[in-house]
Design a protein around this ligand. Structure first.
Ligand code: HEM
Length: 272
């Protein structure tokens, strides 16, 4: 190989190496609808909404729109997105939902006053995706619900209008309102412990949906901003940066190899 060819190949090699390092930052790092899950063994690291583990849990932005329920004002909702981060420890799942709301409403006391609220929906049976509108009779959902007025509840629903409360909720919640933003953290044992209660799998993904009510806009019950089905990346599989780096490296090697073969081909043709 001539020295000029060698220099070209080296330059190309360097360019590919640089692209391998930089390119993943420019592409969407995860599949649509995936919410990454950060794993830590240390329960204390998830304390509140700013424990150290949250710094390592990449948040996903989840778009919200009116749930479309056939209730008065059903289409009148204000919250358009929520930021969702998830941490799993050995025994518990922690879900942190944060969204912008210019007014803090925590009272249901007066006739026309409603509290801000948020909910996280899972299939009761983790391996069977239910209808997004709160499941169906034969495929129900669990809902982790927090309201500024009533603290938290674990609910079971088999379609709109069927919401019932589990009598022995084991859900922990923590809520803060700071600089026009709610941050609510839910946490519960992975094990569902009783019938119709979602057991969070540790070896496969789990469907999840989010809903937010702006009490200041008199949002309640069916009048809320809800997401589509997303999934928590609890199972093995692609999704994280290591996978992408491998892909870019393989692509880089392929480019260099093709260039080498082409240069050799051209040289042989010229030499012929
Ligand atoms: C996207 C389609 C959806 C539709 C059409 C819908 C419809 C409704 C309706 C009609 C109600 C009032 C009757 C009842 O209490 O069951 C309601 C309440 C409720 N929904 Fe939904 N829903 C949807 C999605 C969701 C999602 C994704 C969640 C949770 C993430 C959720 C959580 C709740 C909760 C917690 C209540 C009771 C709220 C309260 O007591 O004020 N819904 N929904």
């Amino acid at each position: 190989m001539r020295r000029s060819d060698l220099a070209l190949v080296c330059l190309l090699g360097l360019a590919v190496l640089a692209a391998t390092a930089v390119a993943p930052a420019f592409v969407e790092a995860r599949p649509a609808y995936e919410i990454p899950v950060h794993y830590t063994v240390d329960d204390d690291a998830v304390e509140g909404d700013d424990g150290e583990a949250w710094n390592r849990a990449p948040a996903a932005t989840v778009p919200l729109s009116s749930a479309g329920a056939n209730v008065p004002g059903g289409d009148d909702t204000t919250v358009t997105e929520a930021s969702v981060a998830v941490v799993r420890t050995e025994d518990r799942l922690h879900v942190r939902v944060s969204w912008a709301d210019p007014s803090r409403n925590v009272s249901n006391d007066r006739v026309r006053s409603f509290a801000d609220a948020v909910a996280v929906q899972f299939p009761a049976n983790a391996s069977n995706r239910p209808p997004i509108a709160m499941g169906s009779t034969d495929n129900p959902v669990n809902v982790w619900y927090w309201s500024g007025a009533n603290a938290s509840e674990e609910l079971l629903a088999g379609g709109p209008g069927t919401t019932t409360r589990f009598p022995d909720s084991t859900l922990s919640t923590n809520a803060t309102y700071r600089d026009g933003r709610w941050t609510v953290t839910f946490s519960r044992a992975l094990d569902g412990a009783s019938a119709n209660r979602t057991t969070v799998p540790t070896d496969r993904d789990l469907d999840v949906a989010i809903a937010v009510w702006n009490g200041g806009n008199m949002e309640r019950s069916g009048q809320k901003a809800a997401s589509e089905w997303y999934y928590l990346a609890l199972g093995p599989g692609p999704g994280g940066p290591p996978y992408e780096v491998i892909l870019w490296t393989v692509a880089g090697i392929a480019i260099v190899a093709t260039t080498l073969v082409t240069i050799q081909g051209v040289r042989r043709t010229r030499g012929a």
